[in-house]
Design a binder for this molecule. Structure first.
Ligand SMILES: [Zn+2]
Length: 144
């Protein structure tokens, strides 16, 4: 499995064999689809997704092309966890209140909040990197 930001763009790149194998850097080619997954997204959204699979032309390994929106082995999207649970926790809401409000088990919400707190420095550094990269891509006239 490897993550991509844009699954549609990755599908095009895969068809052109422009993606490299994460194991050996050989070219990947399309190899069908993975099993369907149903995940909960923001709002009342339920998404059913079926990620692409790829096979390396060199080492023959197969990989699932996993959209970064999804969390491996989880039924909630990154948007759901971040937008609902982590923002609410940062505003001071408790896990039971968050769980009741968004319809997720309290133990699950507690796990999300604990993990985010444990990785706070990593998340902070990543956020700064994303903002800095986006700012560098903007024309100077937009920045003022
Ligand atoms: Zn390979």
């Amino acid at each position: 499995m490897f993550e991509v930001l844009d699954a549609a763009a990755a599908r095009v790149a895969l068809a052109r064999r422009a993606l490299s194998c994460p194991d050996c850097v050989g070219a990947l080619r399309p190899w069908g689809r993975a099993r369907p997954r149903t995940v909960r997204d923001v709002g009342e959204g339920i998404l059913t997704v079926r990620p692409d699979r790829a096979r390396c032309t060199a080492c023959k390994a197969t990989h699932v092309v996993f959209a970064a929106l999804l969390l491996p082995h989880r039924v909630y999207t990154v948007r759901f966890v971040g937008h609902h649970a982590l923002v609410a926790a940062a505003r001071g809401q408790g896990r039971r209140q968050i769980a009741a409000e968004f319809g997720a088990p309290p133990e699950t919400v507690r796990g999300w909040v604990r993990l985010a707190r444990c990785r706070a420095q990593e998340l902070r550094a990543l956020s700064i990197h994303v903002v800095a990269s986006a700012t560098e891509a903007l024309p100077a006239r937009v920045l003022g």
